[in-house]
Design a protein around this ligand. Structure first.
Ligand code: FES
Length: 248
């Protein structure tokens, strides 16, 4: 969920009725995982600083206003947290509906099928219907960046969680990536002359590919294997019923 924290001090709190003791400064999300729970998330990872942008990890904290993001909220002694309530479930489904509304619905033939955090979390929050549908149209006009010999960037698959940007800076120390634009127009940019990965400061370390929760950044070798002409057995993206479909 979020990076581990080292501290001589410990803090005890209650999450979904379970007592848990963690080092002071730990995030509520990490404490929840330690207590055996799972809070849906898209922008947090174990190795980059929490950013609080996806709003999927909202929780209820007794005495606190609103529904804070669990990834950016540190624990405090005696805190009482709820991670699963009808209100939170509804909020998360609403957030996920917006993500999916602007994402191509080609999961069955996508190279990340069955290995996609967006797909997993859509199922985890119980998303069934999507009332709006742009199918990634906001980035469909943006060409894929295939300039790097090892991986490709597909902007229409990007949810702008900025995990790649943070991994590039915090894990690799390269700072080759930024988020350009705002709202629907926001896109990951490698900057520099050609505004592509090859002409940027990128050193092809793969930290961004590792961090990406979808197929927006993916090794070319994996994309090749996932070509639709190869026959693969897949499971429906969202319902979780488990029926299978053979894509030829
Ligand atoms: Fe907390 Fe994205 S995981 S806001």
């Amino acid at each position: 969920g979020t990076p581990a924290v080292e501290s001589d001090e410990t803090v005890s709190l209650t999450i979904d009725g379970r007592k848990v003791t963690v080092p002071a400064g730990t995030s509520v999300m990490r404490a929840a995982t330690q207590s055996g729970g799972h809070i849906p998330k898209l922008c947090a990872t174990d190795n980059v600083k929490a950013f609080g942008s996806c709003r999927l990890c909202l929780v209820e904290i007794e005495g606190a206003r609103g529904t804070p993001a669990s990834c950016t909220t540190p624990v405090s002694d005696g805190m009482v947290v709820k991670t699963q309530t009808p209100r939170l479930e509804k909020l998360r489904r609403g957030v996920m509906e917006l993500y999916i509304s602007d994402h191509p619905l080609d999961c069955l033939t996508c190279s990340a099928n069955n290995d996609c955090e967006l797909q997993d979390e859509a199922a985890a929050v119980g998303l069934r219907d999507v009332r709006y549908g742009y199918e990634g149209a906001n980035h469909l006009g943006t060409a894929d960046d295939t300039s790097n010999p090892y991986f490709a960037f597909q902007p229409d698959k990007c949810i702008v969680c900025s995990r790649c940007v943070r991994a590039c800076g915090e894990v690799q120390g390269t700072f080759a990536l930024t988020v350009d634009g705002r709202g629907f127009a926001s896109v990951i940019s490698a900057g520099q002359d050609e505004d592509n990965f090859l002409s940027s400061e990128c050193v092809s370390c793969g930290a961004c590919v590792q961090a990406c929760p979808t197929s927006a950044l993916m090794e070319k070798s994996v994309i090749e294997v996932g070509k639709p002409e190869r026959s693969v057995v897949t499971t429906c993206a969202y319902c979780g019923v488990g029926c299978t479909f053979r894509a030829e």
